[in-house]
Each structure stands twice: as structure tokens, then as C-alpha cells.
Design a protein around this ligand. Sequence first.
Ligand SMILES: *Cc1c(COP(=O)(O)O)cnc(C)c1O
Length: 488
Amino acid sequence: MIYLDHAASTPLDPEVITAMQACWASPAGIGNPSAVTHAYGRAAAEAIEEARVELAALIGVDPQGIIFTSGATEANNLALQGLARGRADFGRHGISSRTEHKAVLEVLQSLSKQGHTISWIEPQRDGRISSMDLVSRLRADTQWVSIMHANNETGVVQDIAQFATLCRERDIFFHCDAAQSVGKIPIEAGKWGVDLLSISAHKFYGPKGIGALYVSERVRPWLVPLMRGGSQERGLRPGTLPTAQIVGLGVAARRARSLRETDTAHLKTLVKEFKQALAALAGLQFNDHPLYALPGLVSLTVEGVQGESLLAALPQLALSTGAACDSTSGEPSYVLRAQGIAPEWAQSTLRVSFGRGNTREEALEAARAISEVVPRLRKRDQPGEPPARGSIPWQVGEAGSIREGCRVRCYVQRDVAGKVHAIEFRAFVCPDVQRVLDELAEVLPGQWVESLKVGTPADWAERHHISAEKLGRLLRVEDALRQACKQA
Ligand SMILES: *Cc1c(COP(=O)(O)O)cnc(C)c1O
């Protein structure tokens, strides 16, 4: 199996594993980093400060500004909830974009229920946010702006330095979710004037469950902590720090800094060869930005094939249709939709994210596998009637649409006695619905057209363990089937 989902999470760098293993059983691993009355605690505190310096160097800030958290989700929560509460007396208005990660969007949705107002920026067709759109949403009571650095679905990179400068000139605080970009593209958060920056270790070959929020001196007095219970991390994030996790984060940061240029060159080669190897396949569109792109991430729309079906047909490739968190809902990506990409295209999109460990052979193998599978899947929805079988004409029923993620055409032949002689489906569907179609095609021949024994969509959903969200699609299947059988 080839791992091509580095935007969801990365494998640990071997040096990270070694450093964490060495830490666990050492004095630094034993001591509580706050218990500095003895050597164990001091060793732990030193290991943590060393990691803090490494991470600060990676993003170009003063180590004092690094607050360790459980990851970028917590960092986003601390930044946005903390600031909204801390600045509430001055104003309750903030600005963000429609293409943010759920860990920003859902925090902002909850803030808006608590009486804050959020103005949303729509990205341009290429995924970039224009500074004019940002400026046009500024109000006298605007307290903060939150815009991500690199998008987790498309890899589109924003001009953070420009946004931060705009905000600083107006005394507005600027937060950036940089979970995808840290360790992969250069960041100078201090020089750029970013106030808050969210970081996740497991996106750059560090361990899961650890990350950080960079907090500028300017914004620190205004940040209200999410939790109470201790003075760790300057009171902003109480609780005993996980020393080994932080050591792993520090080593990952050091490695990212020393390997960044070779990583970038390697990833660019992989993407180039992958795209070249796909050049012969018609009906493809790339949504990643030609210029402002996260190295290694390809967003690929395959016309006429549902993303989920493509994944199911490629079990040897570990990749995703978009954000890992949405991969079960079957809804087309809100990120691509916000960019103005039609739902029928958005749901035919795969995210391929290469990493440090991928080889050229793997990139070519992935392209070969996709090229082989796509024509086969497109055939399932090929236009026109099925070939004649005997002299009985086909009756057709059709329901749904590509836009809805489910279009089914059902072709039925009934013999003179009124029995189903043959049945075929032409469908643009997800693998769940395809399983139902396959089953129907098997059990229907020989049944009386007037009294089909097939059960209800609810029965199908239960039998095939299909989530309730997809019941609407199964109703479409029933519609098409009934229509094809009804005609005399
Ligand atoms: C992965 C990711 C997060 C969440 O990070 P965790 O450390 O897993 O909580 C937030 N934002 C973006 C853009 C991400 O890619």
C-alpha cells in the first residue's frame, strides 16, 4: 500500500522516534517539568525549553511566545475563543474565510451564537483571498482576522505577510492556522507581524497529540485561557506538559528546518512526474494553485467519477477525497464549493498528498493505477441503451442527478408473461449505492414486474450498513427502478 495522505498526517521521522524513546525512560521523561526542585524535573524542563527554541526558530519568533497545546485544533480554539473573550469589551467583530479548517469554522460558529459577528471572505476562483476583500470587511469594532496559511484540501497558500501587515497598521489582531504549512514552506511569523499562529506536530513528521500556539507579546494580555488549573505555559495552557511528545515536536522542527529545501525539491519532482503520467487521461482538472502551492499536494478532479468510488477502486493507495474529517459524510467539499467549483466537480475530487518518504516509483504507480481505474468507472455511467438482448425493448427509468451525488438509470426488459427478463444499471454513484445496485441486478431477473420483492431503501441501508445520510440516494434508486418497471 502506498501512503499518499500526508496532508491528513505524516509518519514519524526516524530521529523523532529515537529521541522520544530515549526520553521516556530518562530522568527528563520521569520528572514533572514544573518540579524544578530536583534534577529530574529540571531535566524535563530543559528538554522542553530546547524544543521550544527549535520550534521558534522554525517559524521565526521569540521562544517565549510558544505555548504548547495538544495540537492545532486546541491552538485554534485558544486563539479565537481566548481573543474573542479577552477583547469582548472593545468589540465583537471578526473576519475569516469560508475555506478555513473545521477547527476554525466551528469555533467561529459557536462564537457567533454567543453574540459575536463574523464577516466571511469568499476566496477567488483560484482559492486565493484578496487583500481588498479583507479591507472591505473591516469595521470600526473589528478585533481580529483569522486566515489560514495553506489550505488542507487544495494546498493554496495565502499571502499571510500582507494580511498581517494590514491588520497591524489598524491595531487589529491577526491569527493564522498554519497547521499545513509549518515545516514545509518558510514562515517568518515575527517579521510578518502575525499575532497568533497554530501549529500541529503530526503534519510535519512529529507525533500526534502535540502542537503549539505562537502568541505575540502584543496580543498576550488579551488572551483568556480556555482552562484553569495551573501556571504552566504562562497561565495560558495549564496542565503538566508531555515531555516526550514535546521532545518529538522539537526534533521534527529541527529536521524540517534542515531538510526543507531538499524536501521541497523532492516533492515538486514527485508532483511533476505524477501529473505528467496522468496527462493521457482525459477529463482531469487540477485545483492546486500553479504558483502559490503547498509542495506535494495535488487536488485532482476526475470528471464523471465520484471521488468515493475512485477511492474504493484504488485500495492500494492511501488517499482521501478531501479533509479527513469529512470523508464519511458524502457531502461535496465546502472548500472547493467556496472557490466556486460546481458540486458535481467537487464530489469528483481526490486529494493526493506526497511526503518525504514517497519515491518516484510510487508517484508513477499511483498515476498508473488511477489511469487504469478511471475508464472502467466511467463505463458504469456510459451513455446510451445497453446492447439488445433478444427482441424485447428496454424500458428505462431515471432519477437523481450528478449534482446530488447520485444519478441512476435503470434499464429493464419484461417478457410477455410480465417477468423481469433482464436488468441493467447505468449510474453515477458512491460505492455504497453501487453495492445496492449490484444486489438488485442479481435478485430481480425472474421476478414479477407488478410485485417486485426487493424491500425498501431503509432495508437496503440496514443490510449494507449505509449511513442514514445516504437514504436520499437510495430513494433515487427506488424511483428509477419503479419508473422502469411501470411502463407497459
Ligand atoms: C490538521 C489540521 C488541523 C488540526 O490539527 P490537529 O493537530 O490534528 O488538531 C487544523 N487546521 C488545519 C489546516 C489542519 O490541516
